[in-house]
Design a protein around this ligand. Structure first.
Ligand code: UDP
Length: 326
């Protein structure tokens, strides 16, 4: 059985959906529902039945009961706080949830002899890019508490492999966007801080002004460049990672992105074209902690995981807009 922590959240639920639809593996989702949604669990259960446990990684009893009650052989670990700005203002929350939570989970895995994990990591482990596209050997100097928690968790995973033979695949996501192409689940954060949902929310409501942060970066149009990877493509990367773990039983890390960078203005124009709406925009100073350009070199994932992103930016924005309207 596969344990999915954080499976009621945006990314976790899309990976759960893929496993439910395309495999016969049993799954159990563990989520404290602070950021995840019970409605997402219900939607997933209508696809194929599975176990859901409401619980918290910071609670040892919740974890012990989980590992006692279910015959878990591998883990996909999403449960985490993900807001960069909040992590700078409230690092305690991030070190408790993301780092202590992960250590609790790993120790419980060892107690129950579970030795395989796919870990949600992030491009934020690299910090300010020294070169782009960024490959996996790029120096890791995270510039905010969020990135540091993920970096430290990766270091712990290395030590646990050396000492206890616990095998992990760390997937370093770039900017994840879009939603299920059948429009059953999607992205619902409160507050929403991500670019594509924010532009689309302004397209859907003419009173809602889109705030653009920073037009003085040294990029082709002055706005930040990011690599937007579709959430369904991301889900495929997790399936490949699980397969790799079970076939090769080796730890490794992979960038998950498209190798294409788009500026904020380019994303804005594409959203305008797809929604056919006029969108009100306000130009603001730079947002704290935003690196100028983050683009993935994804050759390693292509070669070793046999993974390749298939969706276009237009596909991604269309599904995100369909979900927002729903
Ligand atoms: N951004 C923006 N307005 C928004 C949200 C984001 O201008 O309402 C910009 C942000 O400053 C960054 C890029 O869009 O340059 C991507 O931000 P997002 O929060 O989506 O992802 P991040 O790269 O921070 O993980």
């Amino acid at each position: 059985m596969i344990l999915i922590t954080g499976g009621a959240g945006y990314i976790g639920s899309h990976i759960a959906l893929k496993l439910l639809e395309e495999s016969d593996r049993k799954i159990v989702i563990f989520d404290n529902l602070e950021n995840g949604h019970m409605s997402t669990i219900k939607t997933l259960q209508s696809v194929r039945d599975f176990d859901f446990v409401k619980g918290d990684l910071k609670n040892q009893d919740d974890l012990e009961n989980l590992f006692r009650n279910f015959d878990i052989d591998s883990v996909i670990h999403f449960a985490a706080c993900i807001c960069v700005e909040e992590s700078v203002q409230n690092p305690r929350k991030y070190y408790s949830n993301n780092l202590v939570g992960t250590i609790n989970l790993l120790n419980k895995m060892l107690d129950h002899d579970v030795k395989k994990i796919v870990f949600s990591s992030t491009a934020a482990v690299y910090g300010e890019p020294k070169y782009v596209p960024i490959d996996e050997n790029h120096p890791k100097q995270p510039i905010n508490a969020y990135g540091k928690t993920k970096f430290m968790a990766e270091e712990i995973l290395d030590d646990y492999d050396r000492a206890y033979n616990l095998k992990s695949i760390r997937l370093r996501y770039f900017n994840v966007a879009g939603s299920d192409s059948k429009n059953r689940i999607g992205e619902s954060h409160d507050p929403e801080t991500h670019l594509i949902p924010n532009i689309l929310a302004s397209a859907a409501d003419s009173e809602n002004v889109f705030n653009l942060f920073g037009t003085d970066y040294a990029t082709r149009d002055g706005t930040c460049i990011r690599d937007y990877v579709n959430v369904e493509d991301l889900a495929s990367a997790h399936i490949s990672a699980l397969q790799y773990l079970s076939e090769k039983n080796q730890s490794d890390c992979f960038n998950i992105g498209t190798k294409n960078g788009n500026t904020v203005k380019e994303i804005f124009e594409t959203c305008k074209k797809i929604t056919e709406k006029e969108i009100k925009v306000k130009i603001n100073p730079r947002r704290g902690g935003d690196p100028e350009s983050l683009v993935a070199n994804n050759e390693k994932a292509k070669k070793i995981l046999n993974w390749c992103p298939k969706k276009t930016l237009e596909d991604t924005i269309k599904t995100a807009y369909a979900w927002l309207k729903k």
